[in-house]
Design a protein around this ligand. Structure first.
Ligand SMILES: O=P(O)(O)OC[C@H]1O[C@](O)(COP(=O)(O)O)[C@@H](O)[C@@H]1O
Ligand SMILES: [Mg+2]
Ligand SMILES: [Mg+2]
Length: 339
């Protein structure tokens, strides 16, 4: 790219030139990006910064919290609560919503985040990230409550993630394609490095935790079985497999070179629709994937059309290269699967 465009300039142009985003949304996204930059520096400290290991507590989902889960959550809240663009926030790490204290100006947006995705990879120096989703307060809302957050993913006004890997990369959509910003540590700012990502419609690469195979439903077994059969099987081609165990890094790879990612319902917890969380993991990732020409379903319907009934609701996830996602969804529909 000949001239370097910072995230700030990109967002100002989206606001002023394209009229595509309101000023308050621009400010909100700038603050989220600043918080991600700060989290990136914390992540990079590793053992030098005493940020590794368990915090000795559990979150609302009964998962052990790592120190970095809590640090990232605090960084996002502190950065956003006083800016005047938000009414409230919700996070994987907090049971209820966080209403902006009334000593600060109130805004019209709702911010949801998974502050640190891929927690099991923190201590082993593998890519992790932050995932976020922005909704608008419903027009008829009087004061903010949890039910204002319960909007399907198609109502998102911005979504993105920041992956803390060999590079720190922020990937964003405001509904006009998916754009990539890389953190320039010397300048201290995110710089536009790729525009309008497109996910190839076909792929030869799948991502799923194979250790759960015996717990899967038949449509997932059928699809993966056909991939594993390779050239000699019904697909007539060999497939490759990747599983990073950080959704943020697996989805980033799919946005970069295609593939299909699945965390389906399985028999380990039959009463839960899946492992991943709808509102701050699946929804933002699904919108990004769709904006890049891919698809995202829960096996029966578009994830973006799932009507949430709870803040920490879970969902079965199949996303990535369009033709593969359609094939897996078709297998579910043919099986009449309830998942
Ligand atoms: O260890 P498993 O069961 O394969 O799960 C991996 C999945 O869990 C997650 O780590 C959940 O995210 P958190 O670390 O935010 O809880 C996903 O990022 C990832 O795809
Ligand atoms: Mg997560
Ligand atoms: Mg998390």
């Amino acid at each position: 790219m000949s001239s370097r465009i910072s995230l700030t300039r990109y967002l100002v142009e989206k606001q002023r030139v394209d009229g595509h985003i309101p000023g308050q949304l621009r400010l909100l996204l700038e603050v989220v990006a600043r918080a991600c930059k700060r989290i990136s520096f914390e992540v990079n400290k590793g053992d030098l910064g005493h940020v590794m290991g368990s915090a000795g507590s559990q979150n609302v989902q009964g998962e052990v919290q790592k120190k970095l889960d809590i640090i990232a959550n605090e960084v996002l809240i502190e950065a956003n609560e006083w800016g005047g663009h938000l009414a409230a926030m919700a996070s994987e790490e907090m049971e209820g919503i966080y209403v902006v204290p009334n000593r600060y100006p109130q805004g019209e947006y709702l911010l949801l985040f998974d502050p640190l995705d891929g927690s099991s990879n923190i201590d082993v120096n593998v890519s992790i990230g932050t995932i976020f989703s922005v909704l608008k307060m419903p027009d008829d809302a009087s004061g903010v409550s949890e039910k204002d957050f319960l909007q399907s993913g198609r109502h998102q006004v911005a979504a993105g993630y920041c992956v803390y890997g060999p590079q720190t990369t922020l990937v964003l959509t405001v509904g006009d394609g998916v754009h990539v910003f890389t953190l320039d540590r010397e300048q201290g700012s995110f710089v536009l490095t790729q525009e309008n990502l497109r996910i190839p419609e076909d792929t030869k690469e799948f991502a799923i935790n194979m250790s759960n195979m015996r717990h899967w439903d038949s449509p997932v077994r059928r699809y993966i079985g056909e991939c594993l059969a390779g050239k000699e099987g019904p697909r007539g081609k060999d497939f490759n497999m990747r599983w990073i165990a950080s959704m943020v890094a697996d989805v980033h790879r799919i946005l970069m070179r295609g593939g299909v990612f699945m965390y389906p319902w399985d028999k380990r917890e039959p009463n839960k629709p899946g492992k991943l969380r709808l509102m701050y993991e699946a929804n933002p990732m699904s919108w990004l994937v769709e904006q890049a020409g891919g698809a995202a379903t829960n096996g029966r319907q578009r994830i973006l059309e799932v009507q949430p009934t709870q803040l920490h609701e879970r969902v079965s996830v199949i996303l990535g290269s369009r033709n593969e996602v359609e094939r897996v969804t078709q297998y579910h529909l043919e099986a009449g699967s309830a998942t």
